[in-house]
Design a protein around this ligand. Sequence first.
Ligand code: HEC
Length: 128
Amino acid sequence: MTRLGRLMPLIALGLMGPVHAWAQGAAPRMNAQEYEGWRQYSVQCARCHGQDVLGNPVAADLLKSAGPGGPMAEQQAFVAVVKAGRPDRGMPGLAKVLTDEQVDAIYAYVKGRADGKLPAGRPERPRS
Ligand code: HEC
């Protein structure tokens, strides 16, 4: 057996680790509503509040706002701000852009992130 031949199984084993971790899917799983929320959030909110709700100095940190004990933890408060905005402070009102279902979906996604239930990253498309 050549030297390389003897090394092959070791090389294969070395490669299998990372490939295996990747195949197990780093992509987060979400239900259909959370997935829709992630989509809408990424288009409408992320440029100010940060991709994956990870924050951005220009706007409120929604992981804190919607987290336990935060001022936006309740759906009603969150939905009201998203629809009406705070135009004088840089938060646009999105009532004309988003349907009620889309706002509810964004809440489900952001709340899941804030409660530590949903991980960051591009989710897998849920099977319907
Ligand atoms: C153009 C930038 C911008 C966009 C786009 C934007 N926001 Fe904001 N948002 C802000 C700013 C700035 C604030 C802080 C306003 C303040 O100081 O009261 C804010 C505040 C908020 C708050 C209140 C947080 C708190 O603790 O008081 C919520 C909830 C919120 N945004 C949700 C969203 C969601 C959900 C979207 C997408 C549908 C979105 N925002 C899109 C800029 C933005």
